[in-house]
Design a protein around this ligand. Structure first.
Ligand SMILES: *[C@@H]1O[C@H](CO)[C@@H](O)[C@H](O)[C@H]1NC(C)=O
Ligand SMILES: *[C@@H]1O[C@H](CO)[C@@H](O)[C@H](O)[C@H]1NC(C)=O
Ligand SMILES: *[C@@H]1O[C@H](CO)[C@@H](O)[C@H](O)[C@H]1NC(C)=O
Ligand SMILES: *[C@@H]1O[C@H](CO)[C@@H](O)[C@H](O)[C@H]1NC(C)=O
Ligand SMILES: *[C@@H]1O[C@H](CO)[C@@H](O)[C@H](O)[C@H]1NC(C)=O
Ligand SMILES: *[C@@H]1O[C@H](CO)[C@@H](O)[C@H](O)[C@H]1NC(C)=O
Ligand SMILES: *[C@@H]1O[C@H](CO)[C@@H](O)[C@H](O)[C@H]1NC(C)=O
Ligand SMILES: *[C@@H]1O[C@H](CO)[C@@H](O)[C@H](O)[C@H]1NC(C)=O
Ligand SMILES: *[C@@H]1O[C@H](CO)[C@@H](O)[C@H](O)[C@H]1NC(C)=O
Ligand SMILES: *[C@@H]1O[C@H](CO)[C@@H](O)[C@H](O)[C@H]1NC(C)=O
Ligand SMILES: *[C@@H]1O[C@H](CO)[C@@H](O)[C@H](O)[C@H]1NC(C)=O
Ligand SMILES: *[C@@H]1O[C@H](CO)[C@@H](O)[C@H](O)[C@H]1NC(C)=O
Length: 584
């Protein structure tokens, strides 16, 4: 299975203005903008423009094992994107997301988002443990409302990945998917059964054909396909036919987009989707990786896989052409607007989270798997207002050999959305009753096998005296990746300065540069006394999640930790070698 070969390669680093409402005609003037539009861990984008929802664009990206899953972002101007909902937001939608094995090819990914008959349709791949894949369809009448997303509807699965859903004018519903050739099946939407399967297209010869999307335009069926593997050879190519079943003719201007064999800062451009705005302009979104090919070849992907936007020209009856993906681009964007529905944050906004009474865990926070015990994460408990109470998990962020996901891991995160950022969380010391191994801290986390942590850990005074004292412990973990050749920072343990003992401790992760993080600690009341405990080469992280955790490191006991004043401060995006766009 070719596409799985490509998948495992691609996932080896898995790794993301003021308003005029609908009445006004959008401007067609070229406006300058910067990529990526969905920064941070946001791969495999699929987007749709919905005129009847106030001319709003909606996109979804892959969430793998994170929960809530299948984020849907909404925008009026293609630049300001708000997290509008998460299609997977209730444990009963996919119960096994709680127990799915920690494999980088696991979970929910490579979805297609469409709007048909006043309904949003999201079709997605779900992989558990680690095979076989299932195709699920979620529907919603309101993509800005979590609760409106349906339970999944399973369709007959071809045991492959990357489903597209296409509604033909005659009512036929077609699901195309990865493979060589790209294949499709006609689906009976009452039963989910496939009534017919057919081959579509072999691509242009670069192999790894996947991520298909079908469009109908000017009497042709167009088939857009990712090709060349999702690493440096990645691209998007397009073909067309007057018949859905082919034969498909390749565009003379293929590839539609790619940055392969260039030294561009944005690499791995592919897995694209196309859509048209209110003014009739065409646009594309694609996965891209920042950092350039030299870093890439050293397995360094500072921000992981993100979503970029590019203008597309597609005259009637003609082939589409696209502007290549760069950090700074121009295009005929709609009027700027932040008047977008939904309760989430705009991508790129800061976190100022004080866990105030009556508030919920923010929508853009992610857990690793569905939380086993939701009560492990309590906002503003009555005994300690304005904190997040973390009930420590037995398992730490790595787990031990007995680890099963149903043990649960007490970890709450947000995506790293900027090249340069500052992240801090205040931590209350556990006190005199803390036992050996109790730990609460912050992490830069890719998955259970790759993370860098700074914790306050309690360790026994010595062999004979089991009373504990708190230490600052920095640890970089990389396990289960036998081919990893990068730099792994040494563990560092230093006693917590005794003068900090009566205060909250502010733990922080900040960026020295795109590939180097500093892990620091300070007494919360005296941030100027901050010390850098250690730095880490981000080779082993690749633009993942930032968060806070609590664990007993293997012991069965109830330990409650309290974290507060969660801050994520955007500093800058690097959009070309040495070119930074600073946040205000
Ligand atoms: C916008 O820029 C593109 C690329 O440079 C150019 O082809 C197009 O004519 C411009 N459109 C307008 C309306 O200026
Ligand atoms: C459109 O949706 C309505 C209700 O939401 C449903 O009754 C109808 O069957 C749907 N039509 C098609 C063609 O899917
Ligand atoms: C969200 O959707 C749910 C389920 O369809 C519905 O009960 C609720 O009223 C909706 N909320 C809003 C604000 O529309
Ligand atoms: C078609 O769907 C029905 C109802 O879900 C199911 O019983 C049957 O096995 C399916 N047939 C095939 C070929 O999958
Ligand atoms: C794909 O290539 C194979 C091998 O050359 C060929 O047999 C097959 O017909 C091709 N399929 C399509 C849909 O073009
Ligand atoms: C990256 O590696 C590929 C495959 O080995 C090679 O073809 C390419 O020249 C390398 N590029 C750079 C900039 O090192
Ligand atoms: C980010 O953190 C660094 C190191 O702690 C600090 O020097 C810098 O002022 C911070 N920048 C912002 C914008 O908060
Ligand atoms: C390590 O690399 C070898 C050779 O490229 C490959 O066959 C093997 O699958 C890799 N192992 C892992 C765990 O990635
Ligand atoms: C970070 O790791 C990469 C890959 O191993 C290495 O090439 C680079 O020199 C390291 N940078 C530093 C500053 O240690
Ligand atoms: C990032 O910082 C590290 C540590 O100071 C340094 O070794 C490395 O060269 C820097 N990388 C870049 C791209 O500036
Ligand atoms: C995780 O906990 C286990 C015990 O359950 C311990 O052996 C291991 O060292 C810990 N690893 C990390 C990175 O904390
Ligand atoms: C912790 O509890 C689990 C389940 O109750 C048990 O299987 C395990 O052996 C216990 N571990 C320790 C270290 O006591």
């Amino acid at each position: 299975m070719l596409s799985f070969a490509s998948l495992s390669l691609s996932l080896a680093f898995a790794s993301l203005v003021c308003g005029t409402a609908g009445s006004q005609i959008s401007s067609n003037k070229n406006i300058s903008y910067t990529n990526p539009i969905l920064s941070g861990w946001n791969s495999d984008p699929s987007c749709v423009f919905v005129a009847e929802r106030e001319n709003t664009f909606f996109c979804t990206t892959s969430s793998f094992l994170a929960y809530p899953g299948a984020p849907v972002y909404a925008s009026k101007d293609l630049i300001n994107w708000k997290l509008a909902s998460n299609a997977v937001n209730r444990p009963d939608q996919i119960p096994s997301l709680l127990t799915a094995k920690n494999v980088q090819t696991g979970g929910i990914y490579a979805s297609t988002l469409r709007y048909h008959n006043s309904t949003f349709y999201m079709i997605t791949t779900y992989i558990e443990d680690p095979l076989p894949p299932t195709f699920y369809i979620f529907t919603s009448k309101d993509a800005t409302n979590d609760s409106a997303w349906s339970m999944p509807f399973a369709i007959e699965t071809p045991y492959i990945i990357d489903p597209d859903i296409f509604f033909d004018d005659d009512g036929t519903v077609v699901v195309a998917y990865a493979g060589h050739p790209i294949k499709a099946q006609v689906i009976d939407m009452k039963t989910g059964n496939a009534t017919e399967t057919f081959d579509m297209w072999n691509g242009t010869g670069n192999g790894f054909t996947e991520g298909p999307h079908i469009y109908k335009k000017d009497g042709y069926y167009y088939l857009l396909v990712a090709e060349g593997g999702t690493e440096l050879g990645h691209s998007a190519v397009i073909a067309r036919s007057v018949s859905l079943r082919g034969p498909y003719e390749s565009s003379p201007s293929n590839p539609l987009v790619t940055n392969r064999r260039t030294n561009e800062y944005f690499q791995s451009v592919g897995h694209a989707d196309l859509f048209q705005d209110e003014s009739g302009n065409w646009w594309g979104v694609a996965l891209a990786v920042r950092g350039g090919p030299t870093l890439y070849n050293q397995t360094v992907y500072p921000m992981g896989r993100e979503t970029s936007l590019f203008p597309v020209t597609w005259p009637k009856g003609k082939w589409p052409t696209a502007s290549p993906v760069r950090g700074r681009m121009i295009g005929p964007l709609p009027q700027p607007s932040r008047n977008v529905s939904g309760e989430g944050l705009f991508i790129g906004e800061a976190d100022v989270v004080d866990f105030v009474p009556g508030s919920a865990i923010p929508k853009h926070f992610d857990f690793w798997h569905t939380p086993v015990k939701p009560t492990s994460f309590t906002v503003s408990p009555s005994n300690k207002l304005n904190t997040l109470r973390l009930t420590a998990s037995r398992s730490n962020l790595t787990g031990d050999t007995n680890f099963v996901p149903a043990d649960g891991v007490t970890l709450v995160t947000r995506r790293q959305a900027h090249t340069l950022f500052n992240f801090t969380v205040d931590i209350e010391l556990l006190g005199c009753n803390a036992k050996e191994g109790d730990e609460v801290g912050i992490t830069s986390y890719l998955d259970q096998f790759q993370h860098v942590d700074l914790g306050i850990v309690y360790l026994a005074r010595n062999k004979n005296d089991k009373t504990t004292i708190p230490y600052l412990r920095f640890r970089a973990t990389i396990v289960g990746k036998t081919n990893f050749t990068g730099v792994v920072s040494q563990t560092k343990i230093i006693a917590l300065p005794p003068t900090w003992a009566n205060d909250l401790v502010r733990l922080g992760i900040s960026t020295v540069n795109a590939t180097y993080f500093a892990f620091s600690a300070a007494p919360a009341a005296r941030p100027s006394a901050s010390i850098v405990v250690s730095t880490a080469n981000t080779t082993l992280i690749s633009g993942g999640l930032l968060g806070s955790y609590a664990t007993t490191n293997g012991a069965n006991r109830t330990v409650q930790a309290y974290v507060s004043r969660w801050r994520y401060v955007p500093v800058a995006q690097e959009i070309d070698y040495g070119t930074f766009v600073y946040s205000d």
